[in-house]
Write a protein that binds this ligand. Structure first.
Ligand code: NDP
Length: 453
């Protein structure tokens, strides 16, 4: 590309972003997610008038539908509580809308727009027929009784149920929405529709859930890391891994890392992180899973129990490691954290959480030659097995653990290959570029086939 062309493309990206920011004021996370995609897709479509003329990127960044609703419920003291619920249906060009529900006090429309946009590319990368959506509420499940969570979920689903269905939109879990919440949500959907269909994934095994679904996101992020390292002739065996989070994604990523011979030395929650220099083992992980999903306690209890170190209010990125897997939340690694990781010798990042690295952090990783797997590729294993749960529900069958594990491994390998195919750069493989372009092509081609709709 000549210097003139390059300046013209840069100008086009800025013009595109200015329009998007003007139309979506204050939604900074959405701006950030779109900028990361626009920076690679606008140069890619520069010489492809079919995509440009049909305004595919403009259409992809305007959700098909944004639904917002009031959720009223009563707490255990009979106080009336009011929350806001959302579903953002971003794009269903290649299949019914699909994406998780997040219950967290920080949830707002901008967060869900960013997540549904990312989900559209991620679902495309899996190779399965799924469009992109995301939803949730500013409801904070922390400190609520099971009965309060149940009443909230029932009230939430009373509104949401009219917008979802096995062929329309299939929600799943995300932060704050685990097995307990999916059970309550599915029960209410079944009651309202008088139908037993696969309208949600992540269900319990007794009522249509799939084996390997709970492990899939964490395992998938480790498989992607394994594939990136393999290209360089490096194995995970004996490597020190630093992880954030202690929920679904983090705990199963830790489990797979330990199985593959890596030493996991940190986990975190929203209060701080634990550092266990001796490394976690399966018994210690069991303790964490029970602590977080049954007792719903704080990670500091781990440090008390196993005599590990606990750092209140801090993130684990200053701990020396070979590989890092952020598995908690968005923007949890900033440029300063990236700098610390790089100077401590970290060689690879695989993102279990959605958009955990800021723009500045990504630039630092890429400049330093760190293998960097963006979330839309690295954490696609969860939605992939959700897609397999949908297939099993439609066919009224259940696949074995081995069959599902093999399919998950194959899908993650295929995503890695797609990133290599589309991510070739002067400095080697650019996984951000590869994931964006591979995810874009399939959705864009379907949109072109439909004409202007
Ligand atoms: P969980 O609710 O099971 O766990 C979330 C973990 O992250 C908890 O340890 C939580 O701490 C911590 N956390 C949440 N918010 C913050 C915050 N603002 N700052 C620091 N820590 C925080 O969620 P999941 O494990 O399911 O999801 C984790 C990430 O993975 C999210 O980004 C999600 O979008 C992404 N993801 C999840 C998939 C899935 O299949 N579940 C699929 C693909 C992506 P605490 O206990 O204190 O709340």
């Amino acid at each position: 590309m000549s210097q003139n062309q390059s300046a013209a493309v840069t100008q086009e990206i800025e013009k595109f972003m200015n329009g998007l920011i003007r139309r979506n004021p204050g939604e900074t996370e959405f701006h950030q997610a779109v900028r990361e995609v626009a920076t690679t897709i606008i140069p890619f479509i520069e010489d492809k008038p079919a995509y440009k003329d049909a305004k595919v990127l403009e259409r992809l960044t305007e959700p098909d539908r944004v639904i917002s609703f009031r959720v009223c419920w009563e707490d255990d003291n009979r106080n009336v509580r009011v929350n806001r619920g959302y579903r953002v249906q971003c794009n269903n060009a290649i299949g019914p809308y699909k994406g998780g529900l997040r219950f967290h006090h920080d949830v707002n429309l901008g967060t869900l727009k960013f997540l549904s946009f990312e989900q559209t590319f991620k679902n495309s990368l899996t190779g399965l027929p799924m469009g992109g959506a995301k939803g949730g509420s500013d409801f904070n499940p922390k400190g609520k009784s099971d009965h309060e969570v149940m009443r909230f979920c029932q009230a939430f689903m009373t509104q949401l149920s009219r917008h979802i269905g096995a062929d329309t939109d299939i929600p799943a879990g995300d932060i704050g929405v685990g097995a307990r919440e999916i059970g309550y949500l599915f029960g209410q959907h079944k009651r309202l529709t008088n139908e037993f269909t696969g309208a949600l994934t992540g269900k319990g095994l007794a009522f249509g859930g799939s084996l390997v679904r709970q492990e899939a996101t964490g395992y998938g992020a480790v498989y992607f890391m394994e594939d990136m390292l393999e290209v360089e002739g490096i194995s995970l065996d004996g490597k020190t891994a630093v992880l954030s989070g202690s929920g679904n994604v983090a705990t199963f990523a830790a489990k797979k890392l330990i199985e593959l011979g890596a030493k996991v030395v940190t986990l975190s929650d929203s209060s701080g992180f634990i550092y266990d220099p001796t490394g976690l083992d399966f018994d210690k992980l069991e303790f964490i899973m029970e602590l977080k999903t049954v007792r719903r306690g704080r990670i500091s209890e781990y440090a008390d129990h196993f005599h590990a170190q606990y750092y209140e209010g801090e993130r684990p990125w200053r701990v020396k490691c070979d590989v890092a897997l952020p598995c908690a939340t968005q923007n949890e690694i900033d440029a300063g954290d990236a700098k610390a990781l790089i100077s401590n010798g970290c060689i690879a990042i695989s993102e279990g959480a959605n958009m955990p690295s800021t723009d500045g952090a990504i630039k630092m990783f890429q400049k330093a030659g760190v293998l960097y797997a963006p979330s839309k590729a690295a954490n696609a294993g969860g939605v992939a097995v959700s897609g397999l749960e949908m297939s099993q529900n439609s066919a009224r069958i259940s696949w074995s653990e081995e069959e599902l594990n093999n399919q998950l491994r194959t899908i993650m390998g295929n995503i890695h290959n797609s990133c290599i195919q589309h991510g070739q750069d002067t400095n080697g493989i650019n996984y951000v570029k590869g994931a964006n372009i591979a995810g874009f092509i399939k959705v864009a081609d379907a949109m072109l086939a439909y004409g202007v709709v």
